[in-house]
Design a protein around this ligand. Sequence first.
Ligand code: ADP
Ligand code: 5GP
Length: 186
Amino acid sequence: MSGSTGRLTVITGPSGVGKGTLVKRLLDKHPEIWMSISATTRSPREGELEGVSYFFQSRESFDQLVAKNGLLEWAEFAGNCYGTPRAPVEQALEAGHPVLLEIELEGARQVRRSFPQGMQIFLSPPSFEELERRIRGRGTDSEEAITRRLSRAREEMTAQSEFDAAVINDDLDAALSQLESLMQLV
Ligand code: ADP
Ligand code: 5GP
């Protein structure tokens, strides 16, 4: 990788661990980071905006993106498809930005194959009980979605050792400064 090329970081972790919360803090503090906006077939949650939170797609248009190789990676998660648009990531890296992807496990594995030099970080909860409290406390998911997300979380947590680093999101400030140092922002 040349000196002027940006560094790619992937953050993965079970639903409800606090990825969105931490990433928001990180972006507020480091506006130079370029955050990928994913395509998804999931419906928008209250307050989510098209082109800001996600690019919300029909299944048909998502499948077209896959067919034309427009996604760097994609995966199914809790009944919906999610993927990273390829071209904007490549452009941001070429422009020298630190690039951040917040994606689930299968996608992280695909990115590991295409960007072995990237930094892969697993965000972990202090305990499974605390994870369940956070998902329920967020109040955005149906009981069915919560059950699916918790069962997927158990699977995802067994994959921590595949990652370059694991960060426990117990104290938010402590987790934030660990992320900053792993991303070489400080
Ligand atoms: P994710 O993006 O991983 O699904 P969210 O960022 O939506 O998770 O966080 C899930 C819930 O946990 C939110 O209600 C958030 O406020 C809370 N949360 C996040 N980080 C912490 C933390 N370090 N301590 C306590 N609660 C947290
Ligand atoms: P949510 O529905 O809670 O927004 O996201 C569900 C899961 O999908 C989270 O684990 C999130 O990291 C993951 N995700 C979001 N965007 C992408 C993406 O582009 N690719 C993959 N593989 N996972 C994604």
